[in-house]
Design a protein around this ligand. Structure first.
Ligand code: AHR
Length: 515
């Protein structure tokens, strides 16, 4: 009997070690052709809940929270460190109700309106165009303005372009100077409406294509030195491939620089599930939705390739992230949710997908930057915390504007019930100094994953790294314990004779540097 048990144990150990050994990756350091555009690391700030008011902006007269012109400095410094490359504003759904002229001039004179999309709260317009664009100058990201196409006029939009971009004498640049800003800000990125198929006007794709053509015609005339604006068409929801097909077919490509696409990782719009006390079943479903991004990007790109084989028009995933039920006893219209290790692996795996398709995906915006949905920062009065998602974005910023190095990944399965997902996800790039970075994610909450990476075309003798992980996938940072989850030095990787061996703990994100 004892003998039999020893044999069975031996068989078990052999089988489990073979299972571990299945993760195989090849990294071709000599085949890098395409750049990972830093703009896929973009963010999104909407007039929604406490994203702007309380999150980014606390008012010029606030004496409790250190601020510059009302913008809180703790958030400014954190976003700078994360290297935020662009910031989309003022919505979302709010954008197609926003009259930009309400948000300029003396603050006391600005009209108070109702934010009909997000909780019917009063919007006093104290944070407007100057506040946003000056804040971008303070932090560093390029601004991305979402124009009101759903309820605004073509002239309003053309005026906004002229107001922020025109240097010479014109009605709008004169008004800008009168409001305290002589020089234009030079805003390159412009959204032509948002979710035109839904909150942006419930339009059909053919109709929106015409509206786009009309709006875009009047949006280019005023930019300095004939520089071209980067105009982004309101794009498809998830797998609405007909939307992308229609826009690519009906809009001349010399008036279209990008087409958007939105995909949230939501398990069920009616019952999204809690942000922290979720079961493994809900976790699995969220990750399934997150990994769907690969198929969505691939299929939208294939349609775009048909009309634009040279890949001149960018696919812009300008809303993505996890979306759960709001925190108990918070305003349902404010979309405030906590952020756990689930969100960290979701972010890492999604960014790896964007890297893979970087030739076409050249911009993306995580929703949203502070206090709304999958935020990188949460605030509570004078307190601020960095979420696990923040740490992933900060660790991954080494990939910004680096050359993507192709990887082939053969992954173990992460199984739940009868379903399975790839447990690991990997991407790699070489930066302008020649350093190679490899990002790895293990979404399996139960098993560590050992990965063997065959590296070619990389002249390196050592490896260092950082890891983000925690005991449970439900773990998160709180205002009381803000550093429960933070990056740590990683010692689980070794490089020998072009073979990189890595052991990833359950639910972990690792970024390695090969030197
Ligand atoms: O990010 C929240 C909302 O989600 C945005 O306002 C809208 O564009 C999307 O439906």
């Amino acid at each position: 009997m004892k003998h039999l048990l020893t044999i069975l144990c031996g068989i078990f150990l052999f089988v489990s070690s073979t299972v571990f050994a299945q993760n195989k990756v090849t990294l071709s350091g000599d085949l890098g052709k395409h750049t990972i555009n830093k703009h896929i690391y973009g963010h999104f700030a909407e007039h929604l809940g406490k994203c702007i008011y309380g999150g980014l902006y606390v008012g010029e007269n606030n004496t409790k929270i250190p601020n510059k012109d009302g913008v809180r400095m703790d958030v400014v410094n954190a976003l700078k460190k994360m290297k935020i490359p662009n910031l989309r504003w003022p919505g979302g759904c709010f954008a197609d109700t926003y009259q930009w002229k309400d948000g300029i001039g003396p603050k006391a004179n600005r009209p108070k309106i109702v934010n009909v999309w997000w909780g019917n709260v009063t919007e006093d317009n104290s944070f407007g165009t100057h506040d946003f664009l000056n804040m971008c100058e303070l932090i560093g990201p390029e601004p991305y303005l979402a124009g009101n196409v759903g309820s605004g006029t073509v002239k309003d939009l053309a005026d906004w372009v002229q107001y922020v971009n025109f240097k010479g004498v014109s009605p709008m640049s004169d008004l800008r100077a009168k409001n305290g800003r002589e020089n234009p800000w030079k805003v390159r990125y412009w959204g032509v409406g948002n979710e035109a198929w839904g909150c942006g006007g419930n339009m059909k794709p053919d109709y929106y294509a015409n509206i786009y053509r009309q709006s875009a015609t009047f949006m280019n005339a005023s930019f300095e030195n004939n520089e071209r604006l980067f105009r982004i068409a309101s794009g498809a929801s998830d797998n609405d491939y007909n939307w992308t097909e229609t826009l690519m077919r009906e809009i001349p490509h010399n008036m279209l620089e990008g087409i958007a696409m939105h995909h949230y990782s939501v398990i069920d719009w009616k019952q999204k599930g809690p942000s922290t006390t979720f079961t493994e079943e809900l976790y699995f479903k969220t990750m399934k939705e997150a990994l769907l991004m690969d198929e969505l990007v691939k299929r939208h790109s294939t349609i775009m390739d048909k009309y634009d084989p040279a890949k001149k028009v960018a696919l812009v995933v300008d809303e993505w992230g996890g979306w759960y039920d709001v925190e108990p006893s918070t305003n349902p219209g404010f979309l405030f949710q906590q952020n756990t290790m689930r969100d960290a692996v979701l972010a890492g795996a999604t960014l790896n997908i964007f890297h893979k398709y970087c030739e076409r995906v050249r911009m993306a915006n995580l929703a949203q930057v502070v206090n709304v949905l999958q935020s990188v920062i949460l605030t509570n009065e004078e307190k601020m915390i960095l979420t696990p998602t923040y740490h992933v974005l900060e660790m991954y910023n080494v990939h910004q504007d680096a050359t993507m190095l192709p990887v082939e990944v053969q992954s173990n399965d992460y199984t739940f019930g009868n379903e399975k997902l790839p447990a690991i996800s990997v991407s790699a790039s070489r930066d302008k100094n020649g350093a190679v970075h490899v990002s790895l994610v293990n979404i399996d909450p139960n098993k560590a994953q050992e990965i063997t990476i065959n590296v070619t075309g990389v002249n390196a003798s050592g490896v260092t790294g950082r890891i983000l992980t925690s005991a449970k996938v439900q773990d998160y940072n709180t205002f009381e314990n803000p550093n429960k989850i933070q990056p740590a030095a990683f010692s689980g990787a070794s490089l020998k004779n072009n073979t990189l061996t890595v052991k990833l703990p359950p639910v972990s994100v690792v970024v390695l540097e090969l030197k």
